[in-house]
Design a protein around this ligand. Sequence first.
Ligand SMILES: *Cc1c(COP(=O)(O)O)cnc(C)c1O
Ligand code: SF4
Length: 465
Amino acid sequence: MSPNAPNSLPVISDSASCAPRALKPAVDPATLKHRDLLDGDFWRKIPAYKDVSEETFVDHKWQSKHTITRADKLLDALQNLASEGFIKDLEAGFKRAPMAVRVSPYLLSLINWDDPYSDPLRIQFLPLGSRFLPDHPKLGLDSLGEQADAPTPGLTHRYSDKALFLAIDTCPVYCRFCTRSYAVGLDTEEVEKVSLKASGDRWDKAFEYVASRPELEDIVISGGDSYNLRAAWVREIGTRLLEMPNIRRIRFASKGLAVMPQKLLTDDEWVEALVEVHTLGRALGKEVCFHTHFNHPNEITAHSQRALSRLFMEGITVRNQSVLIRGVNDTPEVMGLLVKRLSYINVHPYYVYIHDLVKGGEDMRTSLQTALDLEKHVRGLTAGFNTPTFVVDAPGGGGKRNAHSYEAYDRVTGVSRWEAPSVKAGQSFYYFDPVDQLPEEGRARWADPGEREKMIREINEQRRG
Ligand SMILES: *Cc1c(COP(=O)(O)O)cnc(C)c1O
Ligand code: SF4
C-alpha cells in the first residue's frame, strides 16, 4: 500500500476469485466502426479509372493531372454512373457556384454514385443547381472581416499573439463552404476575387510586419492551401518565420491531407521540406505542426492513415478543424465516428466550426442549437484532448468563440449575440441561423425587411437565463 493511501480504502476486487465486480457488457461491434478504413482498389468502380493500378493511383502527379474542373470532364469520367438528371443539375450548379470546382480522382472515387444527392462528399465539393437557397439577408462576402484586420495584403492580425498568413490563393480542391471565397480559386462568373498570388513582394511585406510586432508568437500559414506551396516555398516561409526571435509556433494548414493524401505518400520533396522545417523548429525550441480539415468519416481511408503515419513517425503533430455542415456531419453518429476515426489515425480533433455565412452556402449551414446538441453528445466519447471545441467564428471579426459562450440566443429569429473581450472589447457580434431552419414565425420576420433591425435590437436586450 502506498504511504499516502488511507487504510479505510474500499477493497476493489474480490481477493478470492480476483474477479472484478463491475464488468461492462460487451460492446456492440458497430461502436468499433472507426477502425474499418477503406482500402483496396475502390477507384476501379469509376469507369475512367477501371484500369488504373494502385501505383498510378497513389502518384500525386497523376492525381493532380486528372483533377476535374469542368462538368463535361466529370461526365466523361463517370460515363453512365450518374443519371442524366443529376448531370443537368450539376451543370446548372457549376454555372451558379461562386467557387471554382476541383475534384481529384481520389475524391471522385469516394463519392457514393448510387446516391450522389445525399453523399457527404458530393455536398461539399459539387454544387447542384436544384439545392441553392437564397443567401441570408445579413451576409457579406468577407463575412469574417479578414480584409479589415489585414495590415498587409493576405496577413490577418486579429488576435494579439497570433496571425494568419494567406501565402497562396489556390487549393487542391474548392470547398463550397469556403469562407475565403473572396480570395481563393479562379474568378467565377459570380465573384470577382481579390488577388493573393504567391509572390515575393507580398510575402516580404508580410514578413516585415510579423518581425516588427513583438507580441506575435504564432503564425498560421494557410491560403488557399499550403499543399499548393512548392517545396522550396515551404522551406522559405518556414525558415524565415522560425528565424524571427519573436516567433515561437508556426502551423501549416492544409485541406490537402483530406482530399489528396497521395501527396504525402509520393511527393517526397514536399514532405522532406516540411520535415526540414520541423527539424529546424525543434533545434530552435519552437513548435512546427500541421493543421488539416476532414469533415466526414468517409474521407478517412487507409490512404489517409498511411499518409498521416508518415508525419506521425517524424513526430509532427497534426490537428483537425472541421466545418459543421448540414447533411454531412450534423448528426451525433457521424460526428462521433469522425472524432473517433481522426483519433485512431493520430489526428487531434481540434475545432468544429459552425458554418460561416458564405455566398451560395445557405443549404449547408445548421443552427447554433445543432452545434450545442452535438457537443453534448461528443464530449465523453473519447480522450478530452481528442474532443473538439465547437466554435463560432464571429461575423465581423470577433474571432472564434466557444459555441456555448453566447450572450443571448433567440431560437425563433435565429439571432445570437457574442462578445470577445480579448479581441475587440466592448463590441457585439452576431451570428444568424439559416432562415429555412427557423420556426414559421422567424421565417416570416426575416421575409419582412422592416423587421431586421428590430430583431437585432431585441437580442441586445436579452440576457441568457
Ligand atoms: C483561426 C485563426 C487564428 C488561429 O486561432 P487558433 O484559435 O489559435 O487556432 C489566427 N488568426 C486568425 C485570423 C484566425 O482566423
Ligand atoms: S481548401 Fe480551405 S481555403 Fe481552399 S477552398 Fe477549401 S476551405 Fe477554402
